[in-house]
Design a protein around this ligand. Structure first.
Ligand code: T4K
Length: 380
C-alpha cells in the first residue's frame, strides 16, 4: 500500500519572512526610486551581513555564480584550477567562463570535500589556484589546503555556497583562503530570492571586487577593468535585511529536523547519515544520507519510492560534474581518478529539510526510508 503525503514535499522550501513586513521596505524603494547600483538597502545589507557573519569586508552579488566568476577575475586566476567533481555545476562552470581548465581531484569519503591527500599529485606548472567547496556546509580541511597552497604558491577560493551560518572552531569559515563565495539562492539557508556575496580579506580587494561587479567603473568616466554586471538590486537587498531577522530561528528549526532524522535513521541498515564534524556548528542546509548495499533496495529505488509517496528528495550531487558532456573528456575526469566521488554520487540522497517542514512530515519521510508503515498522524 502506498500512502501519499497530501501535498508534495520538496527537498527544500524557501525561508520567506511575512509579506506584510516586506511592504514598508518596498514603499521606501518606491519613494526613493533608487532601484539598484549600490543604493541604501545594498549598503545596509552589506554592513548587516558582515556583522552577522563576523567578517570585515563583503561584497553583495546578484547571485552566487556571477560571484564565483568575479572572484576568479579578481585574483586574475588562469591556467588550471584544482576543484571537486562533487558539487553543483556552477563550481566548474565558473572556471570555464574564465577560460580556466578544471582539474578534478577526488573527495574525502567522510566529508565529501576535496581530499587534501590527493591535491599535490594534481598540481602542474599550469596550476594557479584551488577551488574547494564546503559541501553541505561541512568545512573543508582548511588548514591543510592552506598549507598546500602556501607551499606551491597557489590561491584558494572557497565555494562557500552552502556554508552560511556555519562556524568552525567557534569562528566563521570565511576568513580561510583568499576569497569565499556565498549563495543566497531561494534554496539556501539564507535567501534574497537570488543573491550571493564575496567575502574579501581587506578593503583593497573589496574595492576591486566592487569595480568588477559594476562594469569596472571607478567613477563616471573611468573604467578600470572589463567588469560585469553582478550587482544585487535594492529589492533583493531590502528582502535580505528582513530575512536576517528570521534566519536564526530558521537555522534552529533545521537543526531540530536534522536531529530528528538522525534519531529515526540511526538503526536502519544500509543508511548512513553524513557524520557531523568535530568543532563545527552546521546550519543544516541539506540532510544527506548514503544508501549502501546493506539497504533493502537501491538508492534510485528509494528515490522513486519517496517520489511515489509525494516526497521529492534529490540526488545532490549526481551526476558528477566530471561526467557532464563538457567535462568528461578531461584527463582528470577519468573514472579511476575519482572513485570516492563516483561512489558517493551513486549512494547519495538529500532528504527534505527546511524550516516549515513539520514534525509529522519528518516522521513520514523517515518512516518511508526506515521501511516502516508510514503515518501522517502526529506521533504522541
Ligand atoms: N556552488 C554551489 C556549491 C552551489 O550549490 C550553487 C547552487 C552555486 C555554486 C551557485 O549559486 P547560485 O548562482 O544558484 O546562487 C538548486 C539551486 O538552484 C542552486 O542554487 C543550488 N546550488 C543547487 C544545489 O540547488 P536545482 O536545480 O536543484 O533547483 P530546483 O529549481 O530544482 O529547486 C529544488 C527544489 O527547491 C524544488 O524542487 C522546489 C524548491 N524550490 C525551488 C525554488 C527555485 C522552491 O520551493 N522555491 C523556489 O523558488 O538547483
Amino acid at each position: 500500500m502506498t500512502i501519499k503525503a497530501p501535498d508534495p514535499i520538496y527537498v527544500t522550501r524557501p525561508l520567506l519572512a511575512p509579506l506584510e513586513e516586506f511592504v514598508p521596505y518596498l514603499e521606501k524603494i518606491w519613494e526613493s526610486r533608487w532601484l539598484t547600483n549600490g543604493g541604501p538597502f545594498h549598503q545596509e545589507l552589506e554592513s548587516a551581513l558582515a556583522k552577522y557573519l563576523g567578517v570585515e569586508h563583503l561584497a553583495l552579488f546578484t547571485n552566487g555564480t556571477i560571484a564565483l566568476v568575479t572572484a576568479l577575475q579578481t585574483l586574475g586566476i588562469k591556467g588550471e584550477v584544482i576543484t571537486t567533481p562533487y558539487s553543483f555545476v556552477a563550481t566548474a562552470h565558473s572556471l570555464v567562463w574564465n577560460s580556466i581548465t578544471p582539474v578534478f581531484v577526488d573527495i574525502d569519503p567522510i566529508t565529501c570535500n576535496l581530499d587534501p591527500d590527493k591535491i599535490e599529485a594534481a598540481i602542474t606548472p599550469k596550476t594557479t589556484a584551488i577551488l574547494p567547496v564546503h559541501c553541505y556546509g561541512n568545512p573543508c580541511d582548511v588548514e591543510r589546503i592552506g598549507q598546500i597552497a602556501d607551499r606551491f604558491g597557489l590561491k584558494v577560493i572557497y565555494d562557500a555556497a552552502h556554508a552560511f551560518g556555519v562556524s568552525y572552531k567557534g569562528k566563521n569559515l570565511f576568513n580561510y583562503g583568499d576569497l569565499s563565495v556565498l549563495s543566497f539562492h531561494a534554496t539556501k539557508v539564507f535567501n534574497t530570492f537570488e543573491g550571493g556575496a564575496i567575502v574579501c580579506p581587506d578593503a583593497k580587494t573589496k574595492k576591486r571586487v566592487d569595480y568588477l561587479k559594476n562594469f569596472g567603473f571607478a567613477d563616471e568616466v573611468t573604467v578600470v577593468a572589463p567588469g560585469i554586471n553582478g550587482k544585487m538590486n535594492e529589492v533583493q537587498a531590502a528582502f535580505g535585511l528582513l530575512q536576517l531577522k528570521y534566519v536564526d530561528a530558521a537555522i534552529e528549526r533545521r537543526k531540530a529536523i536534522d536531529a530528528s532524522y538522525r534519531r529515526s535513521l540511526a538503526q536502519v541498515q544500509g543508511i548512513t547519515c553524513l557524520a557531523p564534524q568535530v568543532d563545527v556548528v552546521n546550519a543544516c542546509p541539506y540532510f544527506t544520507i548514503m544508501v549502501s548495499e546493506g539497504y533493502a533496495m537501491t538508492r534510485d529505488a528509494l528515490y522513486q519510492k519517496l517520489r511515489d509517496a509525494g516526497v521529492y528528495a534529490r540526488r545532490y550531487f549526481y551526476p558528477l560534474i566530471s561526467d557532464m558532456p563538457m567535462y568528461r573528456g578531461l584527463e582528470s575526469a577519468a573514472r579511476d581518478n575519482l572513485p570516492v566521488a563516483r561512489q558517493k554520487a551513486e549512494q547519495v540522497l538529500c532528504l527534505p529539510i527546511y524550516p516549515d517542514l513539520t514534525d509529522e512530515q519528518v516522521t513520514f519521510i523517515a518512516g518511508i526510508v526506515a521501511n516502516k508503515v508510514p503515518s501522517l498522524e502526529p506521533v504522541k
